[in-house]
Design a protein around this ligand. Structure first.
Ligand code: MF3
Ligand code: CO
Length: 251
């Protein structure tokens, strides 16, 4: 599939899809504490999405059975919410959420601390979030796509963390996953030239230990191969003539 360049009207719809998804994340963030289940988060996130007049895009995507991906500790992404998976003090939990607004998709992920966490785990969360910002410094018209990938790698690798390679970011628009794929690790090629109007989901997934991952028997949950903790941070962005616009974050 070709990379799509959105019209001014489509960009307005993508902006609104992004703005609404930020509300969903802000709402879910407020409920994170020891004692809640990963299903509680999914149910609340699903409700907020629908109350905003939107549709969850993950639910039934390739058979995924929930609206919010909830991934705890060594779970990297695509954790399946469970009533009997209770968050406890010291855990980290990655929430990946997406919605459809008037046919346009947004996608964003945050990793939260549950109560007090170890300083080295907080460092992983901070570096993962910052790696997104380091990457999108290069998300400018005229640059090559893999400038983003290389900047993320250059920032993360000195910390000794493992950058997940089996899953990547992606274009987004009238589908959740559009071309191009956006790796978070160093590339030999340059990738496509970025053009204003491209909308991209940039989503570094960083493990404290090895970069290698494996899949649980549910065929969804991705975990680090060495069971080290893993963090995920994602926003949907818009390529402009100048700085990228982050559609799912307005700090
Ligand atoms: N942000 C995730 C991704 O881009 C969303 C997964 S959707 C799922 O892959 F439905 F497959 F879980
Ligand atoms: Co995504």
């Amino acid at each position: 599939m070709a990379v799509t360049v959105k019209s001014a009207k489509e960009i307005e719809l993508m902006r609104e899809a992004g703005r609404l998804l930020e509300i969903v994340h802000d709402e879910m963030a407020k409920m994170i504490r020891p004692g809640i289940s990963t299903m509680d988060i999914n149910e609340y996130g699903d409700k907020v999405i629908r109350d905003l007049g939107c549709t969850p895009n993950f639910l039934n995507y390739a058979g995924y059975p929930a609206s919010i991906c909830v991934s705890v500790n060594e779970e990297v992404v695509h954790g399946i919410p469970r009533r009997d998976h209770i968050l406890k003090e010291g855990d980290i939990v990655s929430l990946d959420a997406g919605l459809i607004y008037k046919g346009y998709h947004s996608d964003a992920a945050r990793t939260h601390a549950v109560g007090k966490i170890a300083p080295e785990v907080q460092k992983l969360l901070d570096v993962t979030k910052q790696s997104f910002f380091e990457g999108i410094k290069y998300a400018k018209a005229g640059n090559h796509l893999f400038d983003i990938s290389n900047a993320i790698d250059d920032y993360v690798t000195p910390f000794g963390y493992g950058i997940v390679q089996d899953l990547v970011g992606h274009g987004i628009g009238t589908s959740l996953h559009e071309d191009p794929q956006i790796p978070n690790f160093r590339q030999k090629r340059k990738g496509i030239i970025l053009v204003p109007g491209m909308t991209l989901a940039v989503e570094p997934m960083i493990n404290m230990g090895t970069w290698k991952v494996k899949w649980l028997d549910d065929d969804w949950t991705v975990i680090s191969a060495d069971h080290s903790v893993s963090a995920h941070y994602e926003n949907t962005i818009l390529i402009t003539d100048g700085e990228p616009e982050i559609l799912t974050l307005h700090e």
